[in-house]
Design a protein around this ligand. Structure first.
Ligand code: ADP
Ligand code: ZN
Length: 214
């Protein structure tokens, strides 16, 4: 069981990179944000608990996230290649991941840090639109959909995530700085961190990351 982590602030492009890398490499994409949004949509017990935290841009409690990821890994098989997106975000989550992969004979092989200037993060998040049906992301200026308001992938309706409103975005960036950014030091010590510049053309970014994974 091999694993990489796509790491970076909200708006750093984790989801977009994951979608492209998945097609090119066969890594299985695990996005805790997507899993939570799915749970909210289906109004499961996890969804009902998570919704209020997500709306205000706070982190969902570690116990909830850890259970979600454990359940997902339990369904996997030993040869799986995992690509985590938006997880881990706290030290307890990072510890759980290491333990959980370790018990399955794996480890975190690389942490790809998508380094992005703050003004770019803000610009990307305020213009982001998401498909209600399949979760596809686009941007009204940078990566516009073929048809306004309609998902390129499945034809579903594009909407603005409630946490992509400006006031919540500022809060999410602060949460990242306070609670998540410190993981960089941990992964530097473990010698698995690779920093890439996320403020470049997506094709170039993807080929840079594929080079690292080789
Ligand atoms: P972004 O990285 O753009 O903030 P995500 O889809 O990864 O978007 O996360 C959206 C929200 O879901 C977060 O603001 C948080 O409330 C919740 N969430 C997602 N992943 C985690 C996690 N690993 N730990 C705690 N909360 C999470
Ligand atoms: Zn869609």
């Amino acid at each position: 069981m091999k694993a990489i982590v796509l790491f970076g602030a909200p708006g750093s492009g984790k989801g977009t990179v994951a979608e492209k890398l998945k097609v090119a490499t066969g890594y299985i994409h695990i996005s805790t944000g997507d899993m939570l949004r799915e749970a909210v949509k289906k109004a499961t017990s996890v969804g009902l608990e998570a919704e209020a935290y997500m709306k205000r841009g706070a982190l969902v409690p570690d116990e909830v996230i850890i259970k979600l990821v454990e359940e997902r890994l339990d369904k996997g098989s030993p040869g799986d290649l995992y690509m985590f997106d938006g997880f881990p975000r706290t030290i307890p989550q990072a510890e759980l991941l290491e333990k959980s992969l370790g018990s399955r004979g794996g480890k975190v092989d690389f942490v790809i840090f998508l380094d992005t200037p703050r003004d770019v993060l803000l610009q990307r998040l305020t213009g982001r639109r998401t498909c209600r049906k399949c979760g596809w992301n686009c941007h009204i200026i940078n990566l516009p959909p073929k048809k306004a308001g309609v998902c390129d992938v499945c034809g579903g309706e594009l909407y603005q995530r409630p946490d992509d409103q400006e006031a919540t975005i500022v809060n999410r960036l602060e949460v990242y700085n306070k609670q998540t950014e410190s993981l960089i030091a941990r992964y530097q010590t473990q010698k698995v961190l690779v920093k890439v510049n996320s403020n470049q053309k997506i094709e170039n970014l993807i080929s840079e990351i594929r080079q690292i994974l080789k």
